[in-house]
Design a protein around this ligand. Structure first.
Ligand SMILES: C[S@@+](CC[C@H](N)C(=O)[O-])C[C@H]1O[C@@H](n2cnc3c(N)ncnc32)[C@H](O)[C@@H]1O
Ligand SMILES: [Zn+2]
Length: 364
């Protein structure tokens, strides 16, 4: 955790916060630090009657409301080794087998690291018939093109996964002085993002077939990386003061999060008046992540939205409901291609609905 981000973004304790009454987090223990970058230690709530501790691990602070449950549920990922050779990792992967925690973790890293970084891999071949990597950056560009440039202020990438969007936001012209924060709840993906940030190296298992993964490792020196940081936070309960950001992105998160409306409200709150939100989603709903009654569309054909997710999102971002969320629709593109590589012979192609929305209180 970069001290520069801690000081400028002033995270608040997610445990004892109440509207209008928030306590700052301070550095508690420092076990490892390098040049203003807290690599291992704790943050602690400054309020005397709370003093809740939040661990910082591999440079990533865990600032979630229920730290104990989060650690209990993610203890494999938090304690996982990432120093093993490809041979050993493959042998353990064979033993653990398909669908195991190790396999699911490697599949996630494979799909997202490929889309985020394979354009920087000198050994990556262009797929002969398939989609090239970098769909995510094209989605971001399509979203930014929908609206005038965002006002000044730090940028947030919510649901950042392995981190490329955060680096893209740091490199946007005219925003060379702005800090960028990527947040996610996936510890393995944040660890990869942290390695790119701190070592300038991408290392990931790229799935070939079954439980066979090829180790990819290459340099990724991204301009503006010194202004980027990654935190483990819930994008429905951001531990930050209201009105912190000038720009917020949420790419392919709305349909991958437990509470999509709360996520939109959290973005509306985190943005400054007139701040820009760029949202994208292919509405690939699954009850394993989002309970059906929280889906935006995707059910209830009799409802005014006719079951259409893009219509449901449009309704949320206009009129009364937009005022309640603090986010108002500016413009949208209904068909932006995005692809997720599953293995060497499988790419899932999506059509993302991309939306630009403005935070309440800004000029028309
Ligand atoms: C489909 S992935 C998209 C990742 C990235 N934005 C991209 O477009 O490549 C959805 C991401 O949202 C993250 N996510 C889901 N629920 C979250 C939450 N409550 N808070 C923060 N991140 C969350 C997941 O861990 C995952 O990295
Ligand atoms: Zn507290």
């Amino acid at each position: 955790m970069r001290r520069r981000h801690l000081e400028a973004l002033r995270p608040v304790c997610p445990v004892c916060r109440a509207p209008g009454d928030e306590a700052p987090l301070e550095v508690g223990r420092v076990e490892r630090e390098a040049e203003g970058d807290l690599l291992e230690g704790t943050l602690v709530c400054a309020r005397a009657r709370c003093q809740r501790e939040f661990p910082v691990l591999d440079g990533v602070p865990l600032i979630v409301p229920d730290v104990r449950s989060f650690v209990a549920e993610n203890v494999f990922a938090l304690m996982a080794r990432d120093d093993l050779s490809e041979t050993l990792e493959g042998a353990l992967g064979d033993c653990a087998g398909p669908g195991s925690w190790l396999d699911v973790t490697r599949q996630h890293l494979s799909s997202y690291a490929w889309d985020h970084y394979a354009d920087l891999d000198p050994a990556e071949e262009q797929p002969p018939h398939g989609d090239p990597p970098g769909g995510l950056r094209r989605v971001l560009a399509a979203g930014l093109a929908l609206a005038p440039p965002p006002p000044p202020g730090p940028a947030l990438d919510a649901g950042c996964a392995v981190g490329r969007t955060a680096f893209e936001l740091a490199a946007l012209p005219g925003r060379e002085d702005e800090l960028v924060l990527g947040v996610d709840l996936n510890v393995g993906m944040l660890r990869l993002a942290s390695r790119v940030l701190r070592q300038g190296v991408v290392r990931y298992p790229r799935r070939r077939v079954g439980v066979v993964y090829d180790r990819r490792e290459f340099a990724a020196r991204l301009p503006g990386a010194e202004r980027v940081d990654f935190w483990c936070c819930d994008a429905t309960a951001l531990p930050l003061p209201a009105g912190t950001f000038g720009l917020a992105t949420s790419l392919h998160v709305l349909d991958c999060i437990a509470a999509p409306v709360e996520h939109l409200a959290a973005l509306g709150r985190a943005l400054r008046p007139g701040g820009l939100a760029v949202l994208a989603a292919p509405y690939d709903w699954a009850t394993s992540v989002t309970p059906l009654d929280r889906w935006l569309g995707g059910h209830s054909q009799r409802a005014p939205h006719g079951g259409a997710s893009e219509v449901a999102v449009r309704h949320l971002l206009t009129g009364e409901r937009a005022r309640a969320l603090g986010l108002e629709l500016l413009a949208e593109d209904d068909d932006v291609p995005w692809a997720v590589r599953m293995h060497a012979r499988s790419v899932v192609r999506y059509s993302a609905h991309v939306v630009a929305a403005r935070a309440a209180g800004g000029a028309a």
